[in-house]
Write a protein that binds this ligand. Structure first.
Ligand code: SAM
Ligand code: TMP
Ligand code: ZN
Length: 416
């Protein structure tokens, strides 16, 4: 069986259900998306094969090849969730929502998987509510502790979840944002949640939504850390195979479009009408069909060709092009499209842990965002397009001085 590019379609085994995964998109040799390099490190980079497929049985969209978790999440993991004011607000609102609903009883216990720098749990801590964050990445965990958050520096998995159940008792809420899709071993996660959650507790997690990724051709959501691209249908199937039920879904505007899934133990809650409604919408949009996914793959190759053509033309015209936001997502864009320092001079970013280093695979220098306004670039390629409102509001002087933003979602366009 061949794919949309006329290639034999490789197959794999589904990490959610054991069914057969059919590949639909090939993104080539890719580096670790969050490994920003010092000059000597460019000679010892880790690469892996980035390709995506969908399970014939449960529809779960997933990477064909897995990167060992210790390669991605370690002492120097450089992503700090509090780096965006809009995301800080989102997580304060999320914490308040949980505190007003699922964690509103006497002496509630809230657990977060992947609490990072404490962007969400900080508000839970300040409310005096019992909590625990799992965070294996050393420096971000330290930042959370400095915010008063109680952190266990381990991966969440069945064994560590059982230990917490034994020491702290059952959790009312297990929450995760932008983390469950990072964990190929879903068996261990769901078994851990089963061990830790009280009988009436809920498992709430939010992650990039496949429906939005297809609609926006946001292929940069596909990289080593994003092992799964969830849909309501695939999450409902996953929940059911572990004795849980998908009881609510909420679409979120953050990070280019996410869904917050709520799972409860089977039979304990009546699923909200919007669960069936979202699955019906996915059926109409054929989100889970190989034909739709093949069309997406064609769209991705078109965006790649358009972006390269634009950057090459600007180079010939002698324009200065820089980028903004050294995102993990941009590793897929730069490496798949072949964008290096010849086409984009540097990337501006607010994260100290990324500054002074080189982007993974393509080795574009990362500079402090403080220098952006003095750069007088003609164009800025916005890698952090999911934070466009926040960044464009902050950097208004760039356009006033005649600069223009280049965006590639949902297609390549220039905003002058
Ligand atoms: N929740 C934050 C947010 O939404 O901004 C952080 C998201 S960050 C992309 C993913 C985090 O999950 C990282 O800090 C990483 O170290 C952590 N992580 C990865 N695998 C994990 C696991 N098995 N258990 C707990 N945390 C994990
Ligand atoms: P994210 O899209 O994965 O959240 O990553 C956003 C990156 O962009 C992160 O490295 C921080 C950076 N950033 C800025 O440089 N300036 C900003 O105003 C914002 C919101 C993010
Ligand atoms: Zn499956």
């Amino acid at each position: 069986m061949t794919d949309s590019a006329g290639q034999a379609r490789p197959q794999g085994t589904c990490r959610a259900c054991g069914g057969t995964v059919m590949q639909f998109l090939e993104l080539g040799r890719q580096p670790l998306s969050d490994r920003f390099l010092s000059q000597p490190e460019i000679h010892q980079e880790y690469f892996f094969h980035l390709a995506v497929g969908a399970c014939e049985r449960c529809t779960m969209v997933q990477l064909m090849h897995e990167v060992p978790r210790e390669q991605m999440f370690h002492e120097d993991y450089p992503y700090y969730s509090s780096g965006s004011a809009a995301m800080q607000k989102h997580f304060v609102d999320t914490a308040r929502h949980l505190l007003g609903t699922e964690a509103a009883g006497p002496d509630p216990f809230v657990v977060e998987i992947g609490c990072n720098d404490g962007v969400m749990l900080r508000t839970v801590h300040e409310a005096g509510v019992r909590h625990l964050g799992f965070e294996p990445s050393g420096k971000v965990a330290k930042a959370a502790r400095a915010n008063g958050v109680r952190v266990r520096g381990d991966f969440f998995e069945e064994s560590t979840a059982r230990e917490v159940r034994a020491s702290d008792g059952p959790a009312d809420v297990v929450f995760a944002a932008n983390t469950i899709c990072h964990i190929p071993d879903l068996d261990s996660v769901l078994q851990g949640v089963d061990a830790l959650l009280g009988p009436d507790g809920v498992f709430v997690f939010e992650d990039p939504y496949l429906g939005d990724i297809l609609a926006k051709t946001s292929f940069d959501q596909i990289y080593d850390e994003h092992f799964f691209l969830f849909s309501a249908r695939s999450v409902r199937a996953l929940a059911a195979s572990f004795g849980f039920e998908l009881v609510d879904v909420e679409r979120l505007p953050v990070h280019g479009g996410e869904v917050r899934y709520t799972l409860a133990r089977e039979g304990t809650r009546r699923p909200a009408d919007r669960v069936a409604a979202l699955i019906a919408e996915e059926d109409v949009g054929e989100v889970a069909t190989l034909a739709r996914l093949d069309r997406f793959a064609g769209d991705v190759r078109r965006v790649r060709d358009d972006l390269r053509a634009l950057l090459e033309r600007l180079k010939v015209e002698g324009r200065r092009v820089v980028a903004y936001g050294a995102t993990a997502k941009s590793a897929t864009v730069t490496n798949f499209c072949g964008i290096g320092p010849d086409l984009v001079s540097c990337v501006y970013d607010t994260t100290p842990a990324k500054q002074g280093r080189l982007t993974p695979g393509t080795h574009i220098p990362v500079r402090s965002a403080d220098g952006f306004s003095a750069d007088s670039a003609d164009y800025a390629l916005l890698f952090a397009w999911n934070h466009a409102d926040e960044i464009m509001a902050k950097e208004q002087a760039f356009r006033q001085a005649g600069g223009a933003w280049i965006l590639y979602v949902p297609q390549v366009h220039v905003r002058g």
